[in-house]
Design a protein around this ligand. Structure first.
Ligand SMILES: Nc1ncnc2c1ncn2[C@@H]1O[C@H](COP(=O)(O)OP(=O)(O)OP(=O)(O)O)[C@@H](O)[C@H]1O
Length: 239
């Protein structure tokens, strides 16, 4: 039986041209992420981590190669179909939360479901369930500026997890958090992955990466190494 591949990048390159200079942000990168798998992406600043995530999430387009989400090639989609696929199948957690300040926590989380055509009542009930999953049921009617940074990030994670999205992409989701809160956010992502999602997590922190099933190291847009998260944990413990 073949693995249930949720995200696949095949021979992906991304070049940016700025001021007559060409930057090769990703070079011929191939990776597959299966359901139930958490992949951490590490590498120095400028190595292409955010570009990898943006391309995997359909927010950016490769200059060469192909991206598939749940088997659907993104390059064959119209703008409308791509927007729908992103909304229904991909949860994206940004480092700076990206919450809408005029909406409550529940409204922020419900937004993707309402945009997908769910009734307001149904979207609200799904949002409350997602907030409960991240331990914020009591904060559902608070606005982002009434929440701590850690709580805001958990709202962002709830928004990314709502519905039946099976691909979770997170760019330094713990970057702005203290270590206990960062750990809690990671626990949530891990739990969802254990229930069948696929996740790609950009992180600078080796101790978080050690929770991953696989760690991919990037340098100058190339994958230079790939290792099991537990191997790294062992290395950290023994070094
Ligand atoms: N829109 C853009 N225009 C031009 N160059 C870009 C653009 N986006 C990224 N780059 C370049 O592509 C390369 C990879 O950038 P990327 O943001 O993916 O790296 P990163 O590993 O996520 O870095 P960091 O850890 O600092 O966030 C860098 O050299 C960057 O300057």
């Amino acid at each position: 039986m073949s693995a249930d591949i949720v995200l696949s990048l095949a021979g992906v390159s991304r070049e940016y041209r700025s001021g007559g200079v060409t930057v090769r942000a990703l070079r011929d990168l191939s990776i597959e992420v299966a359901a139930g798998e958490l992949v951490a992406v590490m590498g120095p600043s400028g190595s292409g981590k955010s570009t990898l995530l943006a391309i995997g999430g359909g927010l950016d387009v490769p200059t060469a190669g192909q991206v598939r989400v749940e088997g659907v090639p993104l390059d064959g989609l119209s703008a409308t179909a791509l927007a729908r696929l992103r909304r229904d199948r991909i949860g994206y957690v940004f480092q700076d939360f990206n919450l809408v300040s005029g909406l409550t926590a529940a409204e922020n989380v419900a937004l993707p479901r309402e945009l997908a055509g769910a009734s307001a009542r149904r979207a609200r009930s799904e949002a409350c369930a997602a907030l409960e999953e991240v331990g914020l049921a009591a904060e559902a009617d608070r606005f982002p500026d009434q929440l701590s940074g850690g709580q805001q990030q958990r709202v962002a994670v709830a928004r990314a997890l709502i519905g039946r999205r099976r691909l979770l992409l997170a760019d330094e989701p713990t970057g702005a958090l203290d270590s206990a809160t960062g750990q809690a956010v990671l626990d949530l992502i891990r739990a969802r992955v254990d229930r069948g999602a696929a996740a790609v997590l950009v992180t600078h922190e080796a101790r978080f990466a050690s929770w991953a099933d696989r760690i991919v190291f990037l340098r100058d847009g190339r994958m230079v190494d790939s290792t099991g998260g537990r191997d790294l944990a062992e290395e950290l413990l023994t070094s």
